[in-house]
Design a protein around this ligand. Structure first.
Ligand SMILES: [Zn+2]
Length: 424
């Protein structure tokens, strides 16, 4: 038996913790007016189809279950062929192979696959139980920001973006409604935010979550109270105006910076975990440099009791992540989403990390899917990637098989458990 076979055999038996998902928080909330093309192109691979030349409108048409399946398949097929090589594409083929017994999604299988897929939505069948528990052996998955969740499968994070950005005026209305605080000053806003954070902690959120890299730089300056207060006062003034006037993120930069530090002080006092999106932004057309995890360094220094769970191997900043994991005791390197972004990048990153960072800092898996079916393929790819890197280290004589297996369990189970279950 090779080192890989021995390690993978063990790794494949592990119960794991899934650090990040976007699945519907209760199975009955899954969309039912759907089919396999709509479901499987909800995200990720649809972006690779667009990178291969499809327009957004064409992808939208493929997602329309009101049109005949084969007609839509014919339209997507040339692009599917061009992008099938990516890990997003491979994950979907691995999904149908593992769940439905077809070799891959193509013109000869898609109708049969669709019939099998639609059956999994029938009342009385639990695809969550089958995929997440029985096949993937996931103890729990940490959902992205949904406090109303099925505890059989999930825990949750709490998004702090709503305390930092104003998408529209309704955000302020919602805050008043949620907290019962009438917003007449910046201090009112801070009090309302504290109540929201208290509520999330009481409801059992295992982490805070920051998505900000989709819309601004991850560098949050230390900003004086009076600058943030002036910003918020301006927002309140605009709110009084007769016309709807959206507040653009740039106009509230000082407010955003102050708020993030305010929330980090809260998290620091309680030893909370904060999950942060770093690296690749989904859906293309964005500024990758905004998501460089090294931009967060001032926070790592100022808030030593916060456990910073940095997402997505920071792709393509995975080697910057390595330095951060080495430099800061409170920085954790999370491979969620990354095994389907690029297995090669994950393997190279983990090879580097295991040479430079304590194994206790690495979190092996988070599915990051909207689609329950594909979580199985993703976690299998993760188990394979981690096993490959560990096997190479064993073959190089760096550590032995028992060490490798112990490290695998740390990364898949003990490490995520330690950061999600120790906050106050
Ligand atoms: Zn995500």
């Amino acid at each position: 038996m090779t080192a890989y076979d021995s390690i993978f055999e063990y790794v494949n038996t592990l119960t794991i913790i899934d650090s990040h998902e976007h699945l519907p928080s209760w199975e009955h909330r899954r969309e039912t007016e759907t089919d396999i093309l709509r479901e499987y192109l909800a995200h990720y691979f649809s972006n690779d189809l667009m990178a291969a030349g499809m327009t957004f409108q064409q992808v939208e048409a493929i997602r329309d279950p009101g049109k005949p399946l084969m007609e839509r398949w014919k339209a997507v097929e040339p692009y599917w062929k061009l992008a099938r090589n990516t890990a997003y594409g491979r994950a979907l083929d691995l999904t149908v192979r593992s769940l439905y017994g077809a070799d891959r999604i193509d013109g000869s299988t898609v109708e049969g696959l669709n019939e099998a897929f639609v059956k999994t939505l029938a009342p009385g069948h639990s695809q969550y139980r089958k995929v997440l528990k029985e096949m993937s052996r996931i103890e729990y998955s940490v959902l992205d920001n949904d406090l109303d969740y099925d505890p059989t499968y999930f825990r949750t994070s709490f998004s702090i973006d709503n305390l930092i950005f104003f998408k529209n005026w309704k955000c302020l209305d919602d805050m008043e409604c949620d907290t019962g605080i009438c917003l007449t000053s910046f201090d009112d806003w801070l009090e309302a935010c504290t109540l929201e954070l208290d509520h999330a902690c009481e409801q059992g959120a295992v982490a805070l979550k920051l998505h900000a890299a989709y819309r601004r730089s991850l560098y949050f300056a230390n900003t004086p109270y009076h600058e943030a207060e002036a910003c918020f006062r301006n927002v309140l003034e605009q709110r009084k105006g007769p016309t709807w006037n959206p507040v653009l993120p740039q106009s509230t930069q000082a407010f955003q910076d102050y708020m993030l530090h305010y929330i980090m002080r809260y998290a620091n006092q309680r030893g909370l975990t904060c999950q942060i999106h770093t690296g690749l932004q989904e859906s293309g057309r964005n500024l990758i440099a905004n998501s460089d995890p090294s931009l967060l360094s001032n926070l790592f220094i100022q808030y030593p009791n916060v456990k910073f769970d940095l997402f997505h191997i920071g792709y393509p900043y995975q080697h910057v992540m390595s330095a951060l994991g080495k430099m800061f005791a409170n920085v954790y390197l999370d491979m969620c989403w990354a095994h389907i972004i690029s297995p090669a990048a994950c393997i190279n990153a983990l090879d580097d990390w295991l040479d430079s960072v304590p194994v206790s800092k690495i979190i092996a898996f988070g599915g990051d899917y909207i689609i329950p079916d594909a979580v199985y393929a993703h976690q299998l790819m993760a188990r394979r990637n981690i096993s490959k890197v560990l096997a190479q280290k064993v073959e190089d004589g760096i550590f032995d098989l028992d060490d490798a297996k112990w490290m695998a369990k740390r990364m898949f189970y003990d490490n995520p458990k330690s950061i999600f279950e120790t906050g106050k």
